[in-house]
Design a protein around this ligand. Structure first.
Ligand code: ATR
Length: 273
């Protein structure tokens, strides 16, 4: 029987995962079927139980179920534990193994696709929510000279920095504390872009030759990217590569073969205008 995978969320029609995984299956010659599952609210466990009973081998998880997926699992990767949220599950008999590939997908996009190593760089992340939490260890594993997490609510950034302190040089602060500092790579990991808002960060944070990376995907030139462009930054990126790479991580974890992500990134790229 063809192996079954799915992405679960609510809503789910917007998800690119079925397209991405179908493409990966095709380019790697893997025999699998990947569908989109609308999870009724409050029915995450029942929906996943039914999928497993029908022979489901693994799942991606999107909003609003990333915490439900954490609770449902019985084995967690370090990354999933730190993020407290899960975006991929693997089912092996009674074992429900949980991963969070968003952070490693982001780092892989930056380092490999955009050819911007973080080693020795000054890195700034705006926001201290789930997205930053998931990326914290993958960022620090690249050994930046300094990682600064800046957040509207400074205490949340300081808390996250304390969690990362055992793994590298990391500081948390509010936006006003960034005065006089410049960074080689600046990530917008706030949810502000989803509402076309802008974290109150100064144009002065971008060092000459900086990369400005918007984690949101497909929103065009968001207020953050506009700010970067106004500051003279020419290297702008959104989260399309992160989306493709986190999916590739899950695909490899499930199937043991790593797909080339280029065709997917090309197909899903929305121009930054
Ligand atoms: P996610 O899982 O997408 O990271 P989240 O955990 O709700 O979502 O976190 C949202 C992040 O975006 C937070 O860092 C939030 O800042 P606060 O902790 O101060 O709330 C940030 N954020 C959301 N809207 C923002 C805005 N308009 N300006 C600045 N930061 C914003």
């Amino acid at each position: 029987m063809t192996d079954q995978y799915a992405v679960i969320g609510n809503p789910i029609v917007q998800s690119k995962s079925p397209f991405i995984h179908a493409t990966y299956a095709q380019v790697t010659g893997q025999d699998l079927q990947y569908t989109a599952l609308l999870g009724p609210e409050g029915q995450f466990a029942a929906t996943v139980d039914a999928f497993r009973k029908a022979g489901g081998k693994g799942m991606n998880v999107t909003a609003p179920f990333k915490l439900d997926a954490y609770a449902y699992a019985n084995e967690w990767s370090e990354g999933a534990k730190l993020a407290g949220a899960v975006n991929a599950l693997k089912f092996e008999g009674d074992r429900v193994i949980a991963q969070n590939f968003d952070g490693v997908g982001l780092v892989r996009d930056v380092v490999h696709n955009l050819q911007c190593p973080l080693l020795g760089k000054r890195v700034l992340v705006l926001g201290a929510g789930g997205a930053t939490r998931g990326a914290l260890l993958p960022f620090l594993a690249e050994k930046p000279a300094l990682l600064v997490i800046a957040n509207r609510t400074a205490s949340k950034a300081i808390e996250l920095a304390a969690i990362g302190a055992a793994h590298g040089v990391v500081r948390g602060c509010g936006y006003e504390d960034l005065a006089g500092q410049q960074f080689d790579v600046v990530f917008n990991a706030t949810s502000a872009s989803l509402r076309a808002e802008l974290p109150s960060v100064s144009v002065a944070v971008f060092a000459p030759g900086a990369l400005a990376y918007e984690l949101a995907y497909g929103k065009g030139l968001t207020p953050f990217l506009q700010l970067a462009r106004a500051a003279g930054v020419t290297h702008l990126a959104d989260g399309v590569g992160m989306l493709a790479e986190q999916a590739a991580e899950a695909f490899e974890w499930w199937r043991g073969v790593r797909p080339d992500t280029r065709a997917v990134i090309e197909k899903l790229t929305v121009p930054l205008v």
